[in-house]
Design a binder for this molecule. Structure first.
Ligand code: SF4
Length: 336
């Protein structure tokens, strides 16, 4: 049986280093190995941005350009827009009979996200919408309607995948074994910390370096990054392991320079300003090829649209075929 990789990204902002090292770098490898469907999840983005459709619309194209710029090949990856595949919404309705509200409320990923969005959903989640609570159900439909069997997910997304598996098992036990139970793709991805030392880099946390950041922006951000608070003077001995500058050297610099930063920091031979300047250079060198490619897509928006149209058509074919099978199994295929 063919293995299909299915993954999705919410178009709510540009990609940052957290996305790159935490997930997207892995996609570059996976696109060589399997049939790859990449969903630009606009419907899911609307669950907590329903009052800001312009933001979601703009970011559908922004995020696609980011993904193309890091090296995803549109000949190997089907980029498609979630809302353009109505079968996903249809299957979400059918799946919603197979999961209880209590089970969704217990989902650790959903609980965590509700906690982070108090402004929108209230201090205790009292204003949670039906749509947001149900997004794991929609995600299960995203995966199964394309026969997605391999799903690249981070640790924090595992409860969503488990929720999907439960729905698949329930569906198959009632209507017959026609849905694939998806598996997690294990990878060597890294969860990237923020410039402020927070365990997570995120747009809402304001601690991210974006792939499109200009040199001046990167300089400003890195100059403000958290270092070892014990180091006051240039020749103070410090601990690089508690310093975000060293942390980012490890992500984007070469082995030799990383070793030098570490030993000079520990021996007090290195000042933080110089260390930050070296990181700024390494960061810009790392981002340069991505940004060069990005310029090409910025000046050719019609190519980006064509890639989305082509990928969405491919995805549509798969979803139509699977939906026929699903409706037949559910005895709702009354007539042509
Ligand atoms: Fe961090 Fe570099 Fe300063 Fe050491 S010298 S504390 S690694 S910025």
């Amino acid at each position: 049986m063919e293995k299909i990789i299915l993954t999705g990204l919410r178009p709510t902002g540009n990609l940052h280093l957290g996305h790159y090292f935490g997930a997207c770098q892995n996609y570059i490898k996976l696109q060589e190995e399997h049939d790859f469907y990449l969903e630009i999840a606009d419907v899911q983005a609307l669950t907590d941005n329903f009052n800001n459709p312009e933001k979601v619309y703009k970011n559908v194209f922004e995020i696609t350009k980011d993904l193309l710029s890091i090296g995803l090949d549109p000949n190997k990856v089907n980029f498609f827009i979630q809302s353009k595949i109505p079968e996903i919404a249809e299957l979400t309705v059918f799946f919603s009979n197979l999961v209880t509200v209590a089970r969704l409320e217990r989902n650790p990923t959903v609980k965590n996200e509700i906690n982070q969005k108090k402004e929108l959903f209230g201090t205790n989640g009292e204003s949670i919408t039906y749509g947001f609570l149900g997004y794991p159900v929609s995600q299960a439909a995203d995966i199964t309607v394309f026969g997605g069997s391999l799903i690249p997910v981070g640790e924090d997304q595992l409860p969503l995948l488990e929720q999907c598996r439960e729905i698949v098992r329930k569906f198959n036990s009632i209507y017959g074994e026609i849905l694939i139970e998806p598996q997690q793709v294990l990878s060597n991805t890294t969860r990237v910390k923020g410039l402020d030392g927070n365990e997570k880099m995120g747009k809402s946390l304001g601690n991210a370096i974006y792939l499109i950041d200009a040199e001046e922006t990167i300089t400003k951000k890195i100059m403000g990054a958290v270092t070892d608070p014990q180091k006051i003077k240039k020749d103070d001995i410090a601990n690089p392991n508690v310093c975000m500058v060293y942390y980012y050297h490890n992500l984007v610099n070469n082995k030799e320079d990383i070793k030098k930063v570490c030993s000079e920091c520990k021996s007090g031979e290195r000042g933080c300003v110089q260390c930050k300047k070296e990181l700024i250079k390494a960061m810009n060198d790392f981002l340069k090829p991505i940004q060069e490619k990005r310029k090409y897509y910025d000046s050719h928006p019609e190519i980006v649209t064509d890639i989305l149209i082509k990928g969405t058509k491919e995805a549509q074919k798969k979803a139509t075929a699977k939906m026929e099978e699903i409706k037949k199994a559910m005895k709702i295929d009354y007539f042509e």
